[in-house]
Design a protein around this ligand. Structure first.
Ligand SMILES: [Zn+2]
Length: 221
């Protein structure tokens, strides 16, 4: 049986590193069965699906580039195709990475989507649609989805509050931009800001107990 001199434990199975401290194990493996069953590695089907998707992405991009280069009198629209595919991949990979924590995932997706909208707007001549329309819609959707996921998956209030708070802060961003005079079309930002205030009020009124306990726990009051 193998031995970890650092932890002073014997480890069954043919491991090279100690499962507790990751130090190299000494001694010989006697052929005994391991203590723990071996885990299947990752999600083989998902990995295959991602590879097929990546292949299709490159294939379609290559075809678009070939068509674009062969008819050069139009503008370089293949760059928009590349940007769109890259945006979709960023959102997809973020989604898969944080799939086990849906509320955190939603915050990441919302941040990435908002950033991509602003970048697209900047890259296509800055018509301000990202600030006037996209940000309020994305942040409003984030708050609505946040509530829906918490209710459907019955996540306890204490586990939601941090993410609820983050989505409310995001929801207030368009209203702040409106106050700063950056927004030209005020209605979507007003609706989003009002929804954030209503969400916050509802949270404080209906979940005051867990809300206050969570604030005390996080800020050590
Ligand atoms: Zn050890």
């Amino acid at each position: 049986m193998k031995h970890c001199s650092k932890c002073g434990v014997f480890v069954a199975g043919n491991r090279s590193l100690c499962p507790l401290c990751q130090s190299p194990l000494t001694g010989e493996w006697d052929g005994e069965a391991p203590d723990f069953p071996s885990l299947p590695s990752g999600f083989p089907r998902r990995a295959l699906a991602l590879r097929i998707l990546a292949f299709l992405t490159f294939a379609s991009l290559a075809i678009c580039a070939a068509v674009n280069f062969s008819i050069p009198e139009h503008d370089w629209w293949v760059l928009y195709v590349a940007g769109g595919l890259a945006s979709a991949w960023i959102l997809l990979l973020l989604f898969l990475k944080k799939m086990r924590t849906p509320l955190k995932n939603l915050i990441y997706q919302t941040g990435a989507a908002a950033l991509l909208c602003v970048l697209w707007d900047l890259a296509t001549g800055w018509h301000r649609w990202s600030l006037d329309l996209a940000l309020p819609i994305v942040f409003l959707a984030c708050m609505a989805l946040m509530l829906a996921i918490a209710v459907i998956r019955r996540i306890p209030p204490a586990d939601c509050l941090l993410y609820f708070g983050e989505s409310i802060l995001l929801g207030l961003v368009p209203a702040v931009l409106l106050l700063c005079g950056v927004i030209h079309l005020p209605l979507p930002s007003l609706i989003c800001g009002s929804a954030a205030v209503v969400f916050l009020a509802g949270l404080v009124m209906f979940f005051w107990g867990p809300f206050w306990a969570e604030i005390r726990r996080r800020f050590h009051i």
